[in-house]
Design a protein around this ligand. Structure first.
Ligand code: 5AD
Ligand code: SF4
Length: 470
């Protein structure tokens, strides 16, 4: 059995290597530059913040320009083929930048390269790539980069792993208002379409003390919106000694003094409990927002997806959550075109969406993933069938979101101003407690503040409002 957490002494060794790299790359004189490009989920965003933390410790500055960068790290996603195609296209295009700057180092990391066939493809067909490493190797990125810098040969590190946890990695966060806080990694659910358990390994929870300490640091640093991250946060802490439940963790983070919001994602419906909803309702800092992926509304499909709930059970949970939080913002993920999904089965999904009435839905066309059980399932339906279903679902989703957003018009809400939009008329963006996007006009000095806004308009994607003096 592999050791679960990386020994802190080994992280210190990596930090010491950053000093050596700084010397090698002339960090004091030339200010070499790095670019980290991120695909996929929030977990990957959080990983990229750690990559930037490492790079900053090595003395790199940051750029958005591929031609300027001395190091380019592409942090990839494997959930759907579309993201993989984009990664391969963009990595291929780096041939140009490397031609212009032959010393440029290209690294590809993340879930996509944790699949042996993808690591192999990069090795064979993408000679522009100098370094490949999987999500389990992020803690030793300095060592790997040093090997490339000193060895002048390509380095591949994406061995099969049950997954590891590493505390104490440096992190360079993107914003000053909202922060990601990973509380666990991996997934044990093995939904039949999903590659995540194969590339991210088994569920491993960070110790509650470590999570709470990081949350305290974020609050002290002025962050106002903290999202606890995990593939399935509801199974948080089952692997800890003593076990700590996710609701218990929420209560501990909620107890940190300060004015901030706690969000989390993602929740697997089978593990979302009444205790979770009660805790969310009772904890004043807990946003009334729940992302509860249903994936499909038909019981046969849910069964072959290995989701472990029926459509009725799902609807009962959603209703229970709303009983505790009548103002709950409920969102979901849906896959259309799962192998063998018939017209009638798809209609069940549409019906469920009409009944549950989500604030927003993230809809995907099924993508075949190497090594998953669904990849071996028969599928008589064409891409065009799936696209047709997808379009119908989008129509329903867009209509319901627009209806829900229009119902906000005239209400005054507390929002957190989180950034600038770059547009003149509505120059600021903000989020409601439930996470809905509100555009407004105001002074940039409001960024990072909770203010009250009167909602004046709304469409499928966003709300619009005016600040009111409270
Ligand atoms: N094809 C399409 N969508 C997928 N998802 C996960 N795996 C696949 C796949 N093979 C979707 C699920 C999940 C979201 C993150 O991505 O809806 O909740
Ligand atoms: Fe994939 Fe299912 Fe795990 Fe989500 S819960 S990451 S869909 S296996």
């Amino acid at each position: 059995m592999e050791k679960k957490s990386i020994d802190p002494a080994r992280i210190e060794e990596q930090k010491a290597l950053c000093g050596r790299i700084a010397g090698l790359i002339g960090a004091e004189s030339g200010r070499p530059l790095a670019l980290v490009d991120t695909y996929g989920c929030q977990q990957n965003e959080a990983d990229s913040e750690k990559l930037r933390g490492w790079l900053a410790l090595m003395g790199y500055g940051f750029t958005d320009n591929e031609f300027e960068a001395d190091v380019i790290v592409v942090n990839t996603c494997a959930v759907r083929e579309h993201a993989e195609m984009r990664v391969l296209g963009n990595v291929g295009a780096l041939n140009h930048t490397k031609k212009a700057k032959p010393s440029q180092i290209v690294a590809v990391c993340g879930c996509m390269v944790q699949q042996p066939h993808m690591a192999g493809k990069i090795k064979q067909s993408y000679p522009v790539v100098d370094l490949v490493f999987g999500p389990h190797e992020l803690w030793r990125f300095p060592e790997l980069l040093l090997q490339v810098l000193t060895g002048h040969k390509r380095v591949f590190a994406a061995e099969k792993s049950e997954g590891v946890l590493a505390e104490g990695l440096p992190s360079r966060r993107d914003g000053k208002v909202k922060a990601w806080l990973p509380i666990m990694s991996g997934c044990n659910n093995f939904c039949s379409y999903c590659v995540v358990p194969y590339v991210r390994g088994r569920e491993r929870s960070r110790r509650a003390e470590d999570v709470v300490r990081e949350a305290e640091e974020l609050v002290a640093a002025g962050y106002k919106d903290i999202t606890l991250l995990g593939q399935n946060v509801n199974s948080y802490g089952k692997d800890l000694e003593p076990a700590v439940s996710f609701p218990e963790l929420l209560r501990r983070v909620n107890a940190i003094p300060g004015d901030f919001l706690i969000r989390f994602m993602t929740s697997h419906p089978k593990d979302a409990t009444e205790e979770l909803f009660r805790t969310m309702a009772e904890c004043e800092k807990c946003a009334h927002q729940l992302h509860l992926p249903v994936q499909a509304g038909n019981d046969r499909i849910l069964k072959v997806m290995n989701r472990n709930y029926s459509a009725e059970q799902y609807k009962a949970k959603a209703a229970l959550a709303r009983r505790y939080m009548p103002d709950l913002v409920l969102t979901t993920d849906i896959i259309v075109g799962f192998p063998g999904e018939t017209e009638d089965e798809f209609e069940d999904t549409l019906r469920l969406c009409e009944e549950v009435r989500y604030d927003a839905m993230f809809t995907f066309i099924y993508s075949k993933r190497v090594g998953t059980p669904a990849a071996a399932m028969d599928d008589p339906f064409t891409r065009a069938d799936k696209q047709r279903h997808f379009d119908r679902l989008m129509e329903v989703s867009n209509r319901i979101s627009a209806e829900k957003h229009r119902a906000y018009i005239g209400r005054t809400l507390r929002v957190l101003v989180d950034g600038e939009t770059g547009r003149e008329e509505y120059n600021l963006s903000s989020r409601t407690n439930g996470g809905r996007l509100v555009h407004l006009k105001g002074e940039p000095a409001l960024i990072g503040q909770f203010i009250h806004v009167k909602i004046t308009d709304g469409n499928t994607w966003a709300l619009y409002g005016e600040p009111v003096l409270s």
